[in-house]
Design a protein around this ligand. Structure first.
Ligand code: ATP
Length: 138
């Protein structure tokens, strides 16, 4: 294996979604996109809802939808603790589209029973899932 790789672990309360060597990753940190290569300095960062990208040792790029969490990098291990995470290839696109429509509808209504911040987060999660699945999102 090429020696320019480091370990990426993605863990949710439900499962270890991913634990493999990667060449490169970009995480959706609250402060902006965070790119990591081998021998990165130790760090801890908060993650927002978004898409994490990584390149496997063969140079293939993949996307994972993340709905917020934390990440730490220590000794060539990048550990992501996320509330939810789905590999782009496993995302149910119809479900994400339905979630997006539901959230958009809620946000377009004026109704004191609607929790707008919850709908905004649901919208962000659905958009992240669609992007991770390779859908064009406008
Ligand atoms: P929905 O309204 O469709 O349930 P949501 O944003 O409320 O979407 P979450 O509460 O974030 O869903 O996730 C619940 C579980 O379902 C998690 O395990 C998450 O990984 C999974 N999940 C949510 N949406 C999808 C999807 N489109 N494809 C695959 N798994 C999904």
């Amino acid at each position: 294996m090429a020696d320019n790789t480091f370990m990426l672990e993605i863990v949710t309360p439900e499962e270890i979604l991913y634990k493999e060597e990667v060449q490169f990753m970009v995480a959706p940190a609250v402060e902006g996109e965070l790119g990591i290569l081998k021998n990165h300095a130790p760090l801890v960062a908060a993650l927002k809802i978004g898409v994490l990208r990584y390149q496997d040792p063969a140079g293939n790029e993949f996307r994972i939808a993340i709905s917020g969490g934390f990440m730490e990098v220590v000794d060539n291990v990048a550990r992501v603790l996320a509330e939810t995470a789905e590999h782009g290839l496993d995302i149910d696109i119809l479900r994400a589209k339905a979630a997006r429509e539901r959230a958009e509808k809620r946000l377009s209504q004026r109704d004191e029973n609607i929790n707008y911040s919850r709908a905004k987060l649901a919208l962000q999660r659905s958009i992240a899932r669609l992007k991770a699945a390779g859908e064009k999102v406008d």
